[in-house]
Design a protein. Structure first.
Length: 485
């Protein structure tokens, strides 16, 4: 049987370039699909950070005569995991200081509409018979608004030879641009309509993808339901409800080799189920590193998160004074809203032996918090999937989460009956409020103080399988539907 050919089109990919969970999925899912026999290639812009890590590449195509776009070239290489990589090199659009979407000051690049239209246009070309490559995909798999135009380009291409699938990683980011942008990106006027990319007077790259793609996926079953409702639909709930027969929620997986407490190079000591001494040593090391009182009996709460309204960190910071009436410590790693950063730092200054804050991001410290904390706090108001709740369970650090999106799908509340039947894996509250979060944290700390229950819960957490294997099988089902099989 001929291997299914899949072209991934993405704007970021771990470990080469990352701003969020999209990069983790783009880095891990192609390898998981390859492991089950698919022929996968990944298309990515050649940002400076990508070039620096790309290794040996070969020029395979040039694009020099597209109206509205500067000249570009396509290079072929290989990712460290063995997946073939296609790099879109357009120096005037992608070779610049800053991140994939914003400059070094945090302002969106003014030409993002053109930058990601080019990425989408090349993706659609590679999925058509006029592709400059000998390899032709069966499926073009796009991700978020940055490649949302690819299904539209493919729809209007006279020689399309692939079906398109788009994955929503976060519906809040939509790529909405002024209508005049349509004149410079090579799409017909028909694309700018209600039955197309028009969205409240703007042209939405994401809406175009959701309208024209054969199948739509998002990153958890619960989020697939939530985005069909007004509260989390961000204006697109009607379209998504209409497309419900073609909408699937597939829970993300994680790289279980990168996130493996037994062999994690960032930890002072590895550990695993049945050999948990290392977890206590990592806790002591984390307490010492962050200037907290080194005490094995004080429950240590960990947070690795953007400090934003979505992530609910404002609510956590609000209840810290009440939490500190209990024997508890808190360590926070993250950055974001300036007022939240200042609030967190003020709490650390007022309680230096109980609260520690690191503003910014540090990969090693994120692993050390997952391993050294006793509980991982993740009170998101909404969460399409989330990844840290997977990491924390794998590291024997039960998460405390709001019942939304992927958090609801991947964490089972610790109750006597779920401990008994072996499904418990954390602590879940329903309804975002300071009282609900505080009560659930108090319940978690009470459970921590019962050594027998705590050991059982940690063991159950670490026994969960969050690899990409099951998710890859679900994606193969979606591809089959897209192809009418």
């Amino acid at each position: 049987m001929t291997a299914l050919k899949i072209l991934f089109a993405t704007s970021e990919l771990a470990p080469l370039i990352k701003t969020g969970g999209l990069a983790d999925v783009s880095g891990a899912l192609p390898a998981a699909l390859q492991a089950v026999g698919a022929d996968v290639r990944v298309l990515l812009p050649a940002y400076p950070k990508v070039w620096a890590q790309a290794g040996a590449v070969t020029s395979v195509a040039e694009f020099t005569h597209w109206h509205g776009f500067p000249p570009a070239r396509l290079f072929a290489g290989t990712l460290p995991n063995g997946v073939p990589l296609l790099l879109l090199d357009c120096p005037s659009l992608f070779q610049r200081d800053g991140g994939p979407y914003q400059d070094k000051h945090g302002a969106d690049w003014g030409d993002n509409a053109q930058r990601f239209a080019l990425l989408s246009k090349v993706a659609a070309l590679l999925a058509s018979r006029s592709s400059p490559l000998d390899w032709h995909p069966d499926i073009l798999h796009c991700h978020d608004w940055q490649t949302g135009l690819a299904p539209a380009y493919l729809h209007f291409a006279p020689d399309a030879c692939a079906q398109s699938v788009i994955t929503i990683h976060n519906l809040a980011f939509q790529g909405n641009f002024a209508p005049h942008s349509l004149h410079n990106i090579g799409l017909p006027h028909a694309a700018f309509s209600t039955d197309g990319g028009e969205f409240y007077g703007h042209f939405s790259y994401l809406k175009a993808g959701l309208y024209y793609a054969r199948e739509i996926t998002t990153v958890s079953p619960t989020y697939a339901e939530e985005i069909q409702q007004e509260a989390l639909g961000f204006g697109m709930q009607g379209l998504l409800h209409t497309r419900r027969p073609n909408l699937s929620g597939i829970l993300n997986g994680i790289d279980i080799e990168e996130w493996n407490p037994a062999r994690d190079p960032h930890l002072d000591k590895g550990y695993q189920v049945g050999k948990m001494t290392g977890k206590a040593l990592n806790k002591a090391a984390l307490q010492a590193r962050m200037g907290l009182t080194v005490n094995p009996d004080i429950p240590l709460l960990g947070v690795v998160s953007r400090l934003t309204y979505q992530k609910g960190l404002d609510v956590l910071l609000e209840i810290v004074p009440q939490l500190l009436e209990m024997p508890v410590q808190l360590v926070i790693l993250g950055s974001g809203d300036a007022a939240m950063q200042q609030h967190a730092q003020a709490l650390a200054t007022a309680h230096p032996d109980k609260v520690a804050v690191y503003i910014g991001f540090n990969e090693g410290l994120s692993h050390q918090i997952e391993a050294g904390a006793d509980l991982f706090v993740m009170p998101s108001r909404f969460e399409p999937c989330g990844l840290n709740q997977f990491y924390s369970q794998r590291y024997g650090t039960p998460p405390v989460v709001n019942a939304t999106g992927g958090l609801a799908d991947s964490v089972v509340d610790c109750q006597p009956e779920t401990l008994k039947d072996g499904t418990a894996s954390g602590f879940v509250f329903h309804g975002m409020s300071a009282d609900n979060l505080l009560h659930t944290l108090q319940r978690a700390i009470t459970t921590y103080q019962d050594s027998r229950k705590w050991q059982t819960l940690r063991k159950l957490c670490m026994s969960k399988d969050f690899s990409w294997k099951a998710s890859a099988a679900h994606y193969l089902d979606v591809y089959s539907r897209a192809l009418g099989r």
